[in-house]
Design a protein around this ligand. Structure first.
Ligand code: 26V
Length: 828
């Protein structure tokens, strides 16, 4: 292995052991024998943090000296998961630390299990942000993550009687050993009130917000450790505190009232992550959260720049903001405000800087996810920001008129209706992000094409040079090196360890795909990982599963477009077949699900109940001889995901084509040698392109076919219901009590969503019945393929070998080359 000379600071085992013992002593007045598991975790983490802090200071000093351009990755969500194991991996200290702890009689795995996940995100978008931070640090690019320090992250899911129950995630309960509070960088953020204008002595209009409420934003910094390069970047997440109010004892009723309100505002604002994924709800508190962390982050970026430079006009040469979906889009107006109101720039000067600073990533085409704020709410909460948005809109509408007024065949009013930022009483955040930045990107090739040709067609026509694709990626450090040590060591033994920082090198495994010994070793590792997952399932679900069965896995947020319902309906169909033909030669299969549903999403929650109800019946029916098992893994999160991906044979990526922008779980499965069973959607298209269709199971309508149906009012699911007896049977079982003996009507809403006899246009909007047959056939191909073990092993190895494209290192390098234009910083 190549310990590069850079930062080859040898790990000093004895020093580390002493430091753990010392920490337990000073933190808890205990020795190692007396301390409990959580205390040991804290002591170990502080010992590691000591090491990180040195590199952190050196990195920041180097940035200070070299003054490179920086990216601020602005995101409402960072789904970081656990830090300890990942930090050890990236410090290249995992194995020596595990050994040192063993010498103290401690098990690193159990210590890692003490750490709560930092679940400051919902799903794909938040986890992508976390992978990007890992890659930025590993590639040596200067970057800040900017976000919110939610007191409560993504809820914990408990399953009671088959139903999801949401339990608060008090992740900071025991304190967070890796965070650093930075009160010296606190900022004030203002809400509400009104804007007054007066002319100053130079004849300039001066805008001031008055009668507002304010909140103090206090940053907490998390170290982001690069892999083996000594670089430590910063994730800066903001906490809210009330501003000191010396008049709290005042008898003036108005002041007292205001002080109490400000305190409540501070208390509420960072209280909890909204657990909605892909669904916009228009909540006032959500907009407050957005402006809160954006105002603080923009103020800090500008102040930091001005500490070293004197010409604000060149801001964009040193700073770029990447907006992770529209959630941070108020950054555009906030930067305009700071430049005009605090630095006295003209509109034109401020606009030039802002449009050269901001870039936007789109993560979904689902209409219900588009953020549109009612003017009333927006202008009441952010009066000065609203004025600026109005002016951006006014000028943009003029541009549209100028460009299209004399173009024959173009309906200018129609263009304005579709493209204006403010229209119909609403502020449309995506339109603002596109109009006010220098880059708009989608997250997989197909997704970007759909944006350009359909969803954002008018904008693409007006600003074609802004549009670009950046296919998502994942970090192999967490999702192979840490999550699957057996496979990671096997890969390294065969092709060396360059893949850790250069994933395409993993393609050198291809020569082993046909090698019988390699195939056996691979299948043996997969088996051991299945045993590890089986143990987890037994401990957490009390269900026994056979690691020799096919592990067929769908883990992701629960959403109708992701079609967990298609999966479970097919399980019901297989169960019916086995019941009717007990003699059927059926390869044992374990169907594994993991999914959180948004708390208010009825059909999603009912689908969880259906999965658990089917599990109850199928798992306990002696007639099928244990050939099918169904498992719903409670509380799917980053930590148990690591165990799940490593153990999967089949990766279910079965979204309605055109709906899943990219997907990133699909990449994690591939990297761990699972075969994709999927539609031609999102990044699946590119996965199949890399590994070859013969090493995946593709089915279903194409994106274009789905879009064609949608443009012609949908399709008629009744026809399928009437003609396909397999489909008819499983649908009837939704309403005849087969899986809900006490309450046959329980699943009626799911039945209705598929058939809705009142209105066919609203039936089966995700084409579940339309794709059912094709899915069932693909599943037959899966079974046949698995019976040929050598060939399966070959395909699985090829999946690992062809996963090189899907590292987030590649994605970040493309952002750097094609959008941000940053320079690498190398530590001496
Ligand atoms: C959207 C919304 C809408 C407004 C209110 C709350 C809320 C919270 C989260 C989101 C994010 C939805 C977009 C999203 O997560 N997209 C996913 O992004 C992944 C990374 O690019 C991608 O792999 C998934 O396909 C895509 O669904």
């Amino acid at each position: 292995a190549s310990e590069k000379p850079v930062k080859a600071k040898e790990f000093d085992k004895e020093l580390f052991k002493r430091s753990v013992e010392y920490n337990v002593r000073t933190l808890y007045r205990k020795n190692l024998e007396e301390a409990d598991a959580q205390q040991i975790f804290q002591a170990v983490s502080y010992a590691i943090k000591d090491r990180i802090v040195e590199n952190w200071m050196e990195t920041q000093k180097a940035y200070e000296k070299e003054d490179p351009k920086m990216v601020y990755y602005m995101s409402m969500e960072f789904l970081m998961g656990r830090a300890l194991g990942n930090n050890l991996i990236n410090l290249k200290a995992y194995k020596p630390v595990a050994e040192a702890l063993e010498e103290l009689g401690l098990d690193l795995n159990l210590i890692e299990d003490q750490e709560p996940d930092a679940a400051l995100g919902n799903g794909g978008l938040g986890r992508l942000a976390a992978c990007f931070l890992d890659s930025l640090a590993t590639l040596g690019y200067p970057a800040y993550g900017c976000g919110i320090r939610y007191r409560y992250g993504m809820f914990k899911q408990e399953i009671r009687d088959g139903y999801q129950v949401e339990v608060p995630d008090n992740w900071l309960m025991n304190g967070n050993p890796f965070e650093l509070r930075r009160p010296e960088y606190a900022k004030i953020v203002k809400f509400g009130g009104y804007v007054s204008v007066h002319t100053d002595e130079n004849g300039r209009n001066v805008f001031t917000q008055e009668g507002y409420q304010s909140v103090k934003a206090i940053p907490f910094d998390f170290p982001i450790v690069g892999y083996g390069n000594g670089i430590v970047n910063t994730l800066r997440i903001w906490d809210a505190e009330p501003v000191e109010c010396f008049q709290l004892d005042s008898f003036d009723k108005g002041d007292y009232q205001k002080a109490v309100e400000q305190e409540n505002l501070a208390r509420n604002i960072v209280e909890v992550l909204y657990p909605n994924d892909n669904h916009y709800a228009g909540k006032e508190l959500r907009l407050k959260q957005q402006y809160f962390f954006i105002s603080a982050s923009v103020q800090e970026a500008v102040e930091k720049y001005m500490r070293k430079h004197d010409d604000i006009h060149k801001f964009y040469e040193k700073v770029t903001f990447q907006l992770n979906d529209t959630h941070p889009t108020v950054a555009i107006a906030e930067l305009m405000r700071v430049l005009m109101d605090d630095y006295y720039l003209t509109w034109e000067e401020a606009w030039e800087i802002t449009t050269k600073t901001c870039a936007y990533t789109n993560h979904t085409i689902m209409a219900e996810a588009l953020e549109k704020w009612p003017i009333e709410l927006f202008s009441r909460l952010l009066p000065r920001i609203y004025q600026i948005v109005e002016e951006i809109n006014r000028r943009f509408v003029l541009d549209i008129q100028q460009k299209y007024s004399n173009v024959p065949g173009v309906d200018v009013q129609e263009k304005i209706r579709k493209m204006a930022i403010i229209y119909d009483g609403q502020v449309k955040m995506a339109n603002m992000a596109i109009v006010s930045g220098y880059s708009v990107n989608g997250v997989a090739r197909l997704h970007t094409e759909i944006l350009e040709k359909q969803e954002l067609k008018d904008f693409y026509e007006m600003f074609p040079e802004r549009f670009n694709n950046k296919t998502n990626g994942i970090t192999q450090r967490r999702f192979l090196l840490h999550a699957n040590p057996l496979l990671a060591d096997w890969v390294t033994a065969h092709v060396g360890d360059d893949w850790i920082t250069d994933l395409p090198q993993i393609s050198r495994l291809k020569v082993y795909a046909d090698d019988k010994k390699a195939q056996q070793e691979f299948m043996n590792i997969k088996y051991q990982n299945k045993v590890r997952l089986a143990k987890y399932i037994l401990e957490h679900n009390g269900i026994e599963v056979d690691p020799r069965s096919i592990f067929d896995v769908q883990v992701k947020r629960l959403h109708e477009y992701k079609r967990q319902l298609l999966n479970i309906l097919h399980v019901m169909h297989l169960y019916n077949e086995l019941k009717e033909h007990p003699e059927l030669d059926f390869y044992p299969r374990t169907f594994i699900f993991g999914a959180k549903a948004a708390a208010g999403y009825r059909n999603a929650k009912l689908t969880i109940k259906l999965i658990n109800s089917v599990a109850d019946v199928v798992n306990n029916d002696p007639a099928i001889n244990g050939k099918i098992k169904v498992v719903f893994i409670e509380n799917y999160n980053v930590s148990n995901a690591e165990i799940i991906f490593a153990a999967a044979d089949v990766s279910e990526q079965i979204s309605t084509a055109s709906k899943e922008a990219s997907g990133t779980g699909n990449m994690k499965f591939m990297l761990n040698g699972a075969l994709t069973l999927g539609t031609m959607d999102g990044a699946n298209v590119e996965i199949v392109e890399e590994v070859g269709e013969e090493n995946a199971f593709i089915f279903g309508l194409s994106a274009q076919e789905v879009i064609n149906y949608e443009n012609h009012g949908g399709y008629d699911p009744m026809e399928i219901f009437n003609n396909d007896q397999d489909v008819r049977k499983v649908l009837m079982q939704l309403i005849n009590g087969t899986f809900a003996p006490g309450d046959p009507e329980l699943f009626r809403p799911l039945y209705n969503s598929l058939l809705n006899t009142q209105c066919t246009a609203k039936a089966d909007t995700y084409f579940i019945l339309k794709d059912f047959k094709s899915y069932a056939e693909a599943q037959k191909r899966v079974e046949a393929a698995y019976r040929d073990e050598d060939n399966w092993a070959k395909s699985a190895i090829l999946n690992v070998a062809c996963s090189g494209k899907f590292t987030s290192d590649r994605t970040i390098q493309q952002y750097v080359d094609e959008i941000w234009h940053l320079d690498k910083v190398v530590l001496k």
